[in-house]
Design a protein around this ligand. Structure first.
Ligand code: EPZ
Length: 419
């Protein structure tokens, strides 16, 4: 298994480009199945989840070309409705293809996406919405076999602003008969990016970013070109890298509005941030204040996908921080590993923990158990005394094209060792 070897103590300096968003590209690749023609998707990050999505597209009969940046999908030859078992077990977000398959072919056949370390990851909101649009699912505990002659527009009131359910129902609605109104939707920027792609392809969808999305079904979607938004979680991760090392860095292409919750939290900790052209500059100034209550919430609240990275940073803040993880019932595997490095953390229950800042962390062997937890351990290694080895680098490579290369370009002493 690959691992990162990090030698701490280097203050980061310089500038870095932020690659395309993992959580925007996955639903947009699913949306390409709805297009009876070619979609050209630019700024597509070369991460393992993109490669997994390409395998699914090809399994469904699409022609796919990818040069590591621009991905061209021709779905005119698509005919399959079954998601490959291996892909679903490797990447639970494969379920995002269900809405597109139901919309294009009126059928989907998939294994149930399991839970993961973060929690049970149920998909009840997805299935309830599909049923309201006329889909009939075979009763089965481990498969999702759904059929519908023609999806019907209707009103769907989400009881929780699930990102995946919002996106899946948007995809099912764009070719449905009539109008679909979805209330209580997720407002994440990646939902807006999906809407932008769908509109570029000729769909009639509006409201993304607000609490209600309205879709008027159209007959077909046309070929289009689209550029994926920068990854706001990668951007937030690199801002923490600058802050945790007492550095001075510039992110070259980031939408500041998308990461406002993270920049606000960093400012509260005493870090200086300012916009410079289309870039964002961070300058740490030697002290980090604790955050009395870092609470993750659906957007525009503090993003759960930055909780682990900020938890690493708070290990070095002056005073006691309290973190509340409200999106996933078990997003705390990184805390045990940070404790091995000398962090002073107390888990009160699965979703609330206190972090008492320490003067420094010690490098040691730690194990990544999920994507963002693994990134947090890399960040902790940047500041720890000595060498930190982060095992299971494969998790981190799901969401970061080349975190080692990016951090090296900012002066970090880090390398990826394949084994
Ligand atoms: C998306 O996951 C992201 N993944 C996650 O990023 C992110 O953490 C999450 O949204 C929240 O922002 C992708 O976009 C590929 P949810 P998703 O449905 O859609 C409950 C990362 O690190 N829920 O908003 O699966 C669920 O149990 C990943 O990049 C239901 O109860 O998230 C969870 O507690 C991790 N029923 C909460 O909602 C449902 O039908 C949030 O889930 C669906 C969800």
């Amino acid at each position: 298994m690959d691992k990162y070897i990090v030698t701490g103590g280097k203050r980061l300096a310089g500038q870095v480009d932020i690659h395309g968003s993992k959580n925007a590209v996955l639903p947009i690749l699913a949306a390409a199945v709805l297009v009876d023609g070619q979609s050209v998707i630019r700024n597509c990050p070369d991460i393992s989840d993109t490669r997994c999505s390409i395998a699914i597209l090809r399994h469904l009969g699409c022609a796919v070309d990818y040069d590591g940046k621009t991905l061209v999908v021709d779905a005119s030859t698509a005919s399959g409705v079954a998601l490959p078992e291996e892909a679903v077990s490797k990447m639970r977000s494969s379920i995002i293809f269900a809405g597109a398959l139901l919309g294009r072919f009126g059928e989907v056949d998939s294994a149930f996406p399991g839970g993961c370390l973060l929690g049970g990851r149920p998909i009840n909101l997805h299935l309830e919405g599909f049923r309201k649009m006329g889909v009939v699912f075979e009763e089965s505990s481990d498969r999702i076999d759904g059929k519908v002659s023609k999806l019907r527009g209707t009103q769907i009131d989400l009881t929780f602003p699930s990102v995946g359910a919002t996106q899946n129902l948007m995809l099912a609605a764009v070719l449905a008969e009539g109008t679909t109104v979805i209330t209580g939707v997720a407002k994440e920027p990646e939902v807006v990016d999906l809407q932008n792609f769908l509109r570029a392809s000729g769909a009639d969808v509006s409201g993304a970013g607000s609490s209600m999305i309205v879709v008027n079904g159209v007959k077909r979607l046309n070929s289009a070109e689209y550029t994926i938004m920068p990854d706001r979680i990668v951007a937030g991760t690199y801002l923490v890298a600058g802050a945790i090392t007492g550095g001075h860095i510039r992110l070259n292409n980031v939408n500041r509005r998308d990461i406002y919750p993270a920049t606000y939290a960093l400012s509260k900790m005493g870090v200086d941030l300012w916009s410079e052209g289309d870039g964002l500059v961070l300058k740490a100034n030697g002290r980090l204040e604790a955050i009395k209550n870092l609470i993750t919430r659906p957007h525009p609240g503090f993003p759960t996908d930055l909780q682990a990275q900020f938890s690493a940073l708070l290990c070095l803040a002056k005073g006691r921080s309290v973190v509340e993880e409200n999106l996933f019932e078990a997003r705390h595997a990184h805390l045990e590993e940070l404790t091995k490095m000398g962090a002073n953390i107390k888990i009160e229950d699965g979703s609330r923990f206190t972090i008492d800042g320490v003067s420094g962390l010690q490098g040691t062997d730690v194990v990544a158990k999920d994507l963002r937890g693994g990134a947090a351990l890399v960040l902790a290694g940047l500041t720890a005394d000595g060498v930190t080895t982060v095992h299971n680098a494969c998790y981190v490579k799901r969401g970061y094209v080349d975190i080692a290369g990016d951090l090296q370009s900012l002066g970090a002493d880090i390398r990826l060792v394949r084994s």
